[in-house]
Design a protein around this ligand. Structure first.
Ligand code: AQP
Length: 350
């Protein structure tokens, strides 16, 4: 069966959204709206997979859920033409995740590097949810039978697992899928990751070998979407660099992770290539490049921060958007769940 193209992606409400989330994911979410039907989810069930000390407790979760929703809209996502909602309002995510738990293999999950990084040395104390996170992610995507998933580079391995789960489900239940009238035996599409643009992996401002991340202990490692102009300028001024001037060609960025990262951020925000950026700034000192970068960041991010502030001041409006979005998401998810239950052989009310 040819699948109707549909985009799905999510962001966790686990704290300050940063430039990595924006350039690696949200910018592409906005772009995809022009060509596809899109579903953008604030994945609050993923947010609670680490200790409550990490995600901050109920009030913080609610606040962060509204803030991510505000960021989506402030960045240009249209919640009327597309769907914006929070995951926990659509029970199909959890229901399909259970079926997928019985399809996915322990060995597959054991290879997930994000689990290894997040659980660290204390694996015995990690939640079952953190281990199972990629299975829920597969359900998030496939409960809408989404075909395309814009994500940052760090999510590539999880997307591959989603494809493996979809394929194994189609194989395991092939006869049943065909018996439901689906002659090619394909019920779930194999979702394609869309890892595009010049900033698929934005790195920490303090260490160019580590990804920019919400959970980094140092706030100076990231630019938050809500940072004011002075904070942005200060963080960029303090960003780690090396003693050499900027190279004139892209090849000169090799083995210079901090320089490469800052040039990459400039390129992404200005819609230019790294080579073009180096044509303007190559050979110069970091100080003047950093001034230009700070100015560019403020120009691009200040309107988003301002709009987010305006939106979060009216939580009732944000909640109404999430409720409306979840109603429309649920209609699609319920249909997938009905068919999935029939395929598996679960009896249900007809
Ligand atoms: N540094 C990054 N560069 C490019 N893309 C990134 N993304 C995250 N960090 C970068 C992309 O942002 C989307 C939403 O991410 P998430 O909130 O679901 O969780 P994450 O990938 O775990 O992001 P964080 O901010 O780094 O959180 P922590 O600190 O909890 O690990 C995804 O598409 C992601 O690829």
């Amino acid at each position: 069966m040819p699948f109707v193209e549909r985009v799905f992606s999510g962001v966790q409400p686990t704290g300050n959204l940063h430039l990595g989330n924006y350039l690696g994911a949200i910018v592409n979410f906005v772009k995809m709206q022009e060509t596809h039907n899109c579903i953008y989810c604030v994945v609050d069930m993923h947010a609670i997979t680490q200790g409550v000390d990490v995600w901050g407790g109920p009030a913080e979760l609610t606040r962060n859920t509204r803030e991510v929703t505000a960021a989506f809209i402030a960045a240009g996502i249209d919640p009327k033409k597309h769907i914006v909602f929070n995951q926990s309002q659509v029970s199909g995510h959890a229901e399909l995740a259970w079926i997928f738990n019985c399809v996915a293999r322990m060995g597959w999950l054991g290879r997930m590097t994000q689990f290894k990084e997040k659980a660290g040395k204390d694996r015995e104390n990690a939640s079952v949810g953190l281990f199972d996170y990629p299975v829920l992610m597969a359900a998030d995507i496939l409960v809408y039978r989404a075909t395309h998933v814009p994500v940052g580079e760090d999510q590539k391995q999880h997307l591959e697992l989603s494809r493996d789960i979809a394929q194994k489900f189609n194989n395991d239940f092939g006869d049943s899928i065909r018996a439901q009238g689906n002659n090619d035996g394909l019920f779930f599409p194999l979702p394609e990751p869309l890892i595009t643009g010049p900033a698929t992996r934005v790195m920490s401002l303090r260490d160019g070998t580590k990804k920019m991340s919400k959970s980094d202990a140092s706030d100076n490692s990231r630019i938050n979407l809500t940072d004011d102009a002075d904070t942005i300028a200060q963080k960029i001024r303090k960003a780690k660099t090396d003693p050499e001037p900027l190279p004139t060609e892209e090849k000169g960025l090799e083995a210079r992770p901090e320089a490469d990262n800052l040039v990459g951020i400039f390129a992404a925000l200005s819609g230019r290539s790294k080579a073009e950026v180096l044509r303007e700034f190559g050979g110069g000192q970091f100080s003047s490049f950093k001034n230009a970068l700070a100015e560019l960041c403020v120009t691009k991010l200040a309107p988003i921060a301002g709009e987010m502030k305006r939106l979060v001041a009216d939580p009732g409006h944000i909640d109404a958007i999430l409720i409306d979005g979840s109603d429309r998401a649920r209609a699609i998810a319920d249909e997938t769940m009905k068919l999935s239950k029939d395929i598996v052989g679960f009896i249900r009310r007809r």
